[in-house]
Write a protein that binds this ligand. Structure first.
Ligand code: NOJ
Length: 517
């Protein structure tokens, strides 16, 4: 595992919406470069940029047409190389988004693979051997290609599945995963990785990392073997490169596939969901962090602790504030609730990811029509809100030219407004991240141990190495004796607080408060 991950905090950038510098209404590489000092001053020292490669953008760039060419709307390859250099100068690493499971239907590999005449790329994708035969149990398309067969999809209609082989082969047209054709797909993807790593990129966020081998076993053993092979290549050629999986199963992604990090995404029932996303029958948030929900930390711990303990020697679980696929938590959670949540997410073990704009409380925009295959995700992808100038500082273009409209609310938060407000979430994020960088026990590795998590009470105290984090999301103040905390209070002092907190021979936590000791 690259050592730099121990103190890494990532900032996710949806490039369409971050900063436009050429007035065409869409973000660009030069805009990201311009804002690097902002990201550093916030306390983030690494970036994940959503796919920024040539694409028809039917799924916001997750439909790649050329893996080795930057999308012209963001700039040139040289501009992206310059972004790597400028980021490194400021101590910021950059991960690109690798989409290994599928390409765009316009990728030259697919066009070649679709031809009636057999050729070197005929088996680069998953095809059946007859125009009327589908792919049982998987989505597929027929009637579109000259070739006598149907092809399998990995996600949308525009995203044909690349062929890494089948875990269990039951049809003559299926390729075993150790067949030369399947291995050639993997080698081609390694070459894509080498291309960007050679030009200064620091690693990859891997899209649908578990999706490679079809009809794989329950443990995804064959897919894991592919990633182990990729890891061996990286260890030998790029030992500093970092890989984070979109998998959300740390046993498979970290222990099995040897990823450095695995996202804990918003999947019903998982640890992240228990902390901040659970809804009741009426659609209201009733998770641990929601004031007055009465939810205790048991469900979170039951999900998190065993997975953490099993996998912590192998890699990091990555908590997210949100991402480009998930509704933003504002306004569903209040600013105070998000303060408690983010302070927790940034002090749990592993490597956290902050989604652009969450630090200023950008709001989910549910009313927006779908853009580039976004559907309900579109409302999470609106332009970054910098200041009170035209288009909130995102772009000089006319409003009708913007990629997506900026938040039109008169009180839309901006970096300018939130940095001017002394008790904003923005300042809390800065403060927690500064403390994390100063305290090795709050970084990725230090041991996590629940200290006090009474059943039926909305309260959690956990240790990270020698530090303690106490969270009281409830509406009532609490008083904890040293005995209740296992004698942990002697000689401690408050390093950071949200809301009211005091520490002497007892720890007092006001309603909706958090203390780091
Ligand atoms: C997951 C990505 O996060 C999402 O945005 C995309 O639509 C799918 N994978 C397909 O690539």
């Amino acid at each position: 595992m690259p050592a730099w991950l121990k103190d890494a905090v990532f900032y996710e950038i949806y490039p369409q919406s971050f900063q436009d510098t050429n007035g065409d209404g869409i973000g660009d590489f030069a805009g990201i470069i311009r804002r690097l000092p902002y990201i550093r001053d916030l306390g983030c020292n690494a970036l994940w940029i959503n796919p920024c490669f040539d694409s028809p953008f039917k799924d916001a760039g997750y439909d790649v047409r050329d893996y080795q060419r930057a999308a012209p709307r963001y700039g040139t390859n040289e501009d992206l190389f310059r972004l790597f250099d400028e980021a490194h100068r400021l101590g910021i690493r950059v991960l690109l988004d690798l989409v290994p499971g599928h390409t765009s239907e316009e990728h030259p590999w697919f066009l070649e693979s679709s031809k009636a005449e057999p050729n070197a790329l005929s088996d680069r994708y998953i095809w059946t051997d007859d125009w009327i035969t589908g792919v049982p149990g998987y989505p597929y398309i027929g009637g579109e290609a000259p070739r006598n067969g149907t092809y399998m999809l990995n996600f949308f209609k525009c995203q044909p599945a690349l062929n890494y082989g089948w875990g269990t082969v039951t049809r003559s047209w299926q390729t075993p995963c150790d067949a030369p054709e399947a291995i050639r797909t993997r080698e081609a993807m390694k070459d894509v990785m080498r291309f960007w790593l050679d030009h200064g990129c620091d690693g990859f966020r891997v899209d649908m990392a578990s999706s490679l081998v079809k009809a794989d076993d329950a443990k995804k053993s064959a897919t894991c073997r592919i990633w182990q092979d990729v890891r061996r290549m990286l260890d030998a050629e790029y030992p500093e490169a970092a890989m984070v999986a979109e998998w959300s199963d740390p046993d498979q992604a970290l222990t099995g596939a040897r990823f450095d990090m695995d996202f804990c995404l918003d999947h019903p029932g998982n640890a992240y969901h228990m902390l901040c996303r659970v809804k009741n029958d009426r659609g209201a948030n009733c998770s641990f962090i929601k004031a007055g929900s009465g939810a205790d930390a048991q469900a979170f711990l039951a999900e998190y602790l065993p997975r953490y303990e099993r996998t912590r020697a192998d890699g990091y679980i990555s908590f997210i504030t949100c991402n480009h696929d998930t509704p933003r938590l504002s306004p569903e959670l209040t600013e105070r609730e998000r303060k408690l949540l983010f302070a927790m997410l940034f002090t749990l073990p592993g490597v956290p990811f902050l989604y652009y704009g969450d630090e200023i409380g950008m709001r989910y925009q549910p009313q927006l029509p779908s853009k580039e295959g976004g559907y309900t995700r579109t409302g999470t992808r609106t332009p970054m809100q910098w200041d009170g100038s035209r288009n909130l500082g995102f772009s000089e273009a006319g409003a009708e030219q913007l990629y997506l409209p900026v938040d039109g609310a008169p009180d839309a938060p901006t970096v300018q407004s939130e940095s001017a407000r002394a008790d904003s979430l923005f300042h809390l994020v800065q403060e927690v991240l500064a403390l994390r960088h100063a305290e090795p026990d709050l970084q990725a590795d230090a041991l996590f141990r629940p200290v006090y998590a009474p059943a039926g009470r909305q309260l959690l105290v956990y240790a990270r190495g020698t530090r303690l984090v106490a969270v009281n999301p409830s509406c009532a103040a609490v008083r904890l004796t040293a005995a209740e905390l296992g004698g942990e209070l002697s000689g401690r002092r408050l390093l950071l607080t949200v809301g009211e907190a005091g520490c002497s021979d007892v720890l007092t936590l006001g309603a909706q408060s958090l203390a780091i000791l």
